[in-house]
Design a protein around this ligand. Structure first.
Ligand SMILES: C[C@@](CO)(OP(=O)(O)O)[C@H](O)COP(=O)(O)OP(=O)(O)OC[C@H]1O[C@@H](n2ccc(N)nc2=O)[C@H](O)[C@@H]1O
Ligand SMILES: Nc1ncnc2c1ncn2[C@@H]1O[C@H](COP(=O)(O)OP(=O)(O)O)[C@@H](O)[C@H]1O
Length: 289
């Protein structure tokens, strides 16, 4: 019986701007997205019997059709009239409801994995279109690397890879829904808008100081305003080092960018004693998949 095991990488947002609200309630965004090494592992096993079986080792992740990875498999099975069944096992390492696209990357992994397992021959662009039907972050999770995202986040332009950078992530001990933060978005709460052109230039020139200077996410102002414990965690992170700290996506995960492995290890150790929440050591991931 055919079987496949693939990594599904998380993302961070190096810049995130909200340009407006569309009639369907979604927001027009402009952001630079970046894959990171932190990943879930997706194990796909073909079954003789029709249907989708899904399991995950994390208690907060749905183990039924509420799982985005389930919906990804269902979409391909319907579109391609597949007669076989599939068992999906997710080994969760990415914190849940964290702003790191955990569910989206699992769905992206299933789309890529089933395309390979069943030899469907779907092009990457076509796979990204299937992904966009399920969630705004999924096309980027299929593409990977470093990319500008526009529209609702699904119009992607790959840019030159960010030089590998060390990261320390802190996921404060609360879960935040993306929908809630977008619904609370108000331009009056935004303190600083990102400069996409400057960030793109810094990435292309491999100017690490420029990258650090241009880290801006307008959703951070919303989440920090409504969730003081996230603001408090950011303060602790900033006071413990000289590294820039930014929230990823709608949060609440905060990340610090650090030059050397040794400094990042030391910083992570210090944070473990001082913050309420999960501390994760990882790095950016430069190549496109
Ligand atoms: C904020 C970001 C930044 O990368 O990431 P996360 O914090 O979720 O990781 C994304 O825009 C999140 O994308 P994703 O989480 O895939 O969104 P979806 O499942 O499509 O939508 C969830 C809900 O968020 C809102 N939404 C999402 C995307 C968008 N451009 N405008 C929106 O208003 C909608 O209310 C939607 O019902
Ligand atoms: N495979 C999955 N992994 C994680 N969460 C999932 C998955 N499928 C569905 N979900 C649901 O999606 C919600 C958002 O989780 P997640 O994708 O991790 O957040 P974010 O979009 O902030 O990165 C969770 O609360 C969970 O109920």
């Amino acid at each position: 019986m055919n079987q496949l095991s693939i990594p599904a990488y998380a993302k961070i947002n190096l810049t995130l701007d909200v340009l407006g609200k569309r009639p369907d309630g979604y927001h027009e965004v402009e952001m630079i997205m970046q894959s990171i090494e932190l990943h879930d592992q997706i194990i796909l096993k073909e079954r003789k019997e029709k249907g989708i079986k899904i399991s995950c080792n994390h208690p907060l992740v749905p183990q039924d059709e509420g799982n985005l990875a389930y919906r990804a498999a269902e979409l391909l099975i319907k579109e391609y009239g597949i007669e076989k069944g599939i068992e999906i096992k997710i080994i969760k390492n990415i914190p849940v409801a964290a702003g790191l696209a955990g569910g989206s990357t699992d769905a992206a992994g299933v789309l890529k994995g089933l395309n390979e397992l069943w030899g469907l021959g779907i092009s990457r662009d076509e796979l990204m279109k299937f992904g966009a039907r399920l969630g705004a972050d999924i096309p980027f999770c299929i593409l990977g690397g470093t990319a500008i995202a526009r529209g609702i986040g699904t119009d992607l332009t790959p840019i030159s890879p960010l030089p590998e950078m060390e990261l320390v992530l802190v996921k404060p001990g609360i879960d935040i829904s993306t929908k809630e933060i977008y619904s609370k978005y108000k331009p009056e709460l935004v303190k600083r808008k990102p400069d996409l052109r400057k960030m793109q230039e810094a990435i292309e020139c491999r100017d690490l100081e420029g990258v650090k200077r241009n880290l801006v996410n307008v959703l951070e102002d919303i989440t920090l305003y409504y969730y003081p414990q996230v603001a408090e965690t950011k303060k602790i992170m900033e006071n413990l080092g000289t590294y820039p700290v930014l929230m990823s996506g709608s949060g609440p995960t905060l990340f610090a960018i650090i030059d050397s492995k040794r400094e990042a290890d030391e910083y992570a150790m210090k944070l473990k004693d001082r913050v309420m929440g999960q501390v994760i050591r990882t790095r950016t991931r430069s190549e496109c998949l």
